[in-house]
Design a protein around this ligand. Structure first.
Ligand code: SF4
Ligand code: SF4
Length: 106
């Protein structure tokens, strides 16, 4: 699955459950791993705030070809397209942890 399945209510399906869009967004812990925070060559659009949480400076227009800080071309894709892949720091990703069922206690 690469697209988020949306219901007429605006709710979405993830981890085998129907949840609110904001609940889906809140699964992200802003670790930055999917954007290269721990591989030594992150995306140029990745930044860290004063609370050490990572954010994208062009989140609404992020998908497509981007560059890393070293100038390497890379493609930004939906996190849903990465859930079956492995990348450095992927053990942190809330979506990977919850892809088979949302565990609200973790
Ligand atoms: S453009 Fe994509 S890869 Fe780059 S920081 Fe934003 S979300 Fe991450
Ligand atoms: S790896 Fe997962 S939890 Fe971390 S910033 Fe990316 S989407 Fe969010």
């Amino acid at each position: 699955m690469t697209e988020l399945e949306r219901f007429p209510s605006g709710r979405v399906r993830f981890g085998g459950q129907e949840i609110e869009q904001n609940e889906f967004e809140d699964i992200c812990i802003h670790c930055g791993a999917c954007c290269g925070a721990y591989d030594g060559d992150p995306c140029i659009h990745l930044h860290r705030d004063e609370n050490w949480l990572y954010y994208c400076d062009q989140y609404e227009d992020r998908l497509g070809m981007q560059q890393t800080v070293s100038g390497r071309e890379m493609e930004c894709v939906s996190i849903l397209q990465m859930l079956d892949d492995e990348w450095i720091g992927d053990h942190l990703c809330g979506y990977k942890k919850n892809k088979s069922g949302i565990n609200r206690s973790c």
